[in-house]
Design a protein around this ligand. Structure first.
Ligand code: UGA
Length: 435
């Protein structure tokens, strides 16, 4: 099938490549010319495992093209909208201008009775309903199909999702046609046995934001437990293991540390809360606490540095990790960067390293010194802070790096190091919610 994907960021570029992998003829559209130029050469503009191989394969097979010109979508039957919905302002609301402008740009290319527009962006509940009429007036059909991919597993999650969610029009004919067409698009995924759930627009929009909020709740819950552990001498890692064995609770997303970041969870909980306030509901007031716990854990690390080192002015601190999670170069709302900025604001000299985000930082900021490796960053450091759990950091041998720093002080912001091993090698070890 001929399909277009509007927006070639972390969601859209992956979706475009995966739709080509499913056998479709795809054109990806973005306003960013540099990004499109790279993608058209089969290169990924960001670090995402498995994406370069797919881009290379399908830009060569001819099934995948990229363009900045909406004229190139005219023969597509299905248009996916994968543009961003960033946080608008202090109210926390989502900025829908990119979604609206994507719809406006698609409308002139709608073929009456044939075109399906598929919303994938994360939007406040009520958005699809508010967009439907103008699409119907142009002869098109709208279906909402939220995306649940995780960065760093994006290709895998797109090709083998744990479920597909379709949000349908209240009009039965339009709903039926859109399901038929999207089933055809996703036919290999559906044939593999993936559950496909149909519901109305509002429910599908809520599935996405309530899933992300629930994940944020789990992380902040365990981080709140970490605070209690710190005050009582308990160990949050053992606590998480023990409660996680109850499969009603589950072990996943109970990793205590410096909290969640990225382009999704932080903005999504704020937008969700803002939306319910617009609806006059107090139901999600607790998300303010979830947000506050998350922010607090970042500053706990700064306090720990001061507890160990006193005044930070002029102190050289090695920061291992800049991305919001490993195997990604995404630094949007990264806890590692927020902590680095706060330490720098207190006068510390920050030497930061990250296998993928490091070179980007080096090219775009002079706020920090950027080192090429953990060893280089740690040389002469008064403290080492592990803030993104890249394998090359979590597997550091404390004896091998013991001679590098000025002080053997390690702060493990992700609780991935073995305290016994580090202490045995002469280090002062501080973890999050661990004695
Ligand atoms: C998240 C959701 O997991 C995806 O399902 C969703 O599709 C995506 O947002 C989205 O809305 O597009 P992502 O932002 O890629 O995916 O990252 P996660 O793997 O969810 O991690 C988010 C943050 O939580 C990271 O900073 C991670 O370090 C942190 N985290 C995660 C913890 O601090 N503890 C945990 O136990 C798990």
């Amino acid at each position: 099938m001929k399909v277009s994907v509007i927006g070639c960021g972390y969601l859209g570029a992956v979706h475009a490549a995966c739709m080509a992998e499913l056998g479709h003829e795809v054109v990806g559209i973005d306003v960013d010319e540099k990004k499109i130029e790279l993608l058209a050469q089969g290169k990924s503009p960001f670090h995402e495992p498995d994406l370069p191989a797919l881009l290379d394969k399908h830009t060569h097979s001819g099934r995948l093209r990229f363009s900045t010109d909406f004229a190139d979508i005219s023969d597509a039957r299905v248009h996916f909208i994968g543009v961003g919905t960033p946080q608008l302002d202090d109210s926390g609301s989502a900025d829908l201008s990119y979604v609206r402008s994507a719809v406006d740009s698609i409308l002139p290319h709608v073929q009456s009775g044939r075109t399906i527009i598929v919303g994938k962006s994360t939007v406040p509940v009520g958005t699809a309903q508010s967009l439907e009429q103008q699409i119907v007036d142009a002869g098109g059909i709208l279906i909402w199909n939220p995306e649940f991919l995780r960065e760093s597993f994006a290709v895998e999650d797109t090709l083998r999702p744990d479920r597909l969610v379709y949000g349908l029009s209240d009009d039965e004919t339009r709903a039926r046609i859109s399901v038929q067409v999207l089933d055809e698009v996703y036919s290999p995924i559906i044939s593999a046995g993936t559950p496909r759930l149909v519901m109305n627009y509002a429910t599908s929009e809520l599935v996405k934001v309530s899933a992300n909020s629930f994940l944020a709740v789990k992380i902040s819950y365990i981080n709140a437990m970490a605070e209690v552990c710190e005050a009582t001498g308990a160990d949050v890692k053992r606590l998480a293991e023990a409660i996680g064995m109850d499969d009603r609770i589950g072990r996943k997303f109970l990793r205590a540390g410096i909290g969640f970041g990225g382009g999704c969870l932080p903005k999504d909980i704020r937008a969700f809360k803002a939306r319910t306030e617009e609806l006059g509901l107090p139901s999600l007031n607790f998300l303010a606490d979830i947000d506050a716990i998350n922010e607090r854990r970042r500053y706990r690390v700064v306090e720990m540095c001061e507890e160990e080192l006193g005044d930070l002015t002029g102190k050289r601190l090695a920061i291992l990790g800049a991305a919001f999670k490993p195997n990604s170069d995404d630094m949007r709302n990264s806890p590692a960067l927020a902590i680095s900025d706060e330490l720098a604001a207190r006068g510390a000299h920050i030497v930061i390293t990250d296998p993928e985000a490091g070179p980007i930082l080096a090219a775009t900021t002079d706020r920090f010194e950027v080192a090429a490796s953990a060893e280089e960053a740690m040389t002469g450091a008064e403290a080492t802070l592990l803030l993104t759990e890249w394998k090359q950091f979590s597997s550091l041998d404390p004896s091998e790096v013991a001679a590098l720093p000025a002080h053997r002080l390690i702060i493990d912001g992700r609780n991935v190091l073995d305290p016994k091993q580090w202490r045995a090698a002469g280090w002062t070890y501080r973890g999050m919610g661990r004695p």
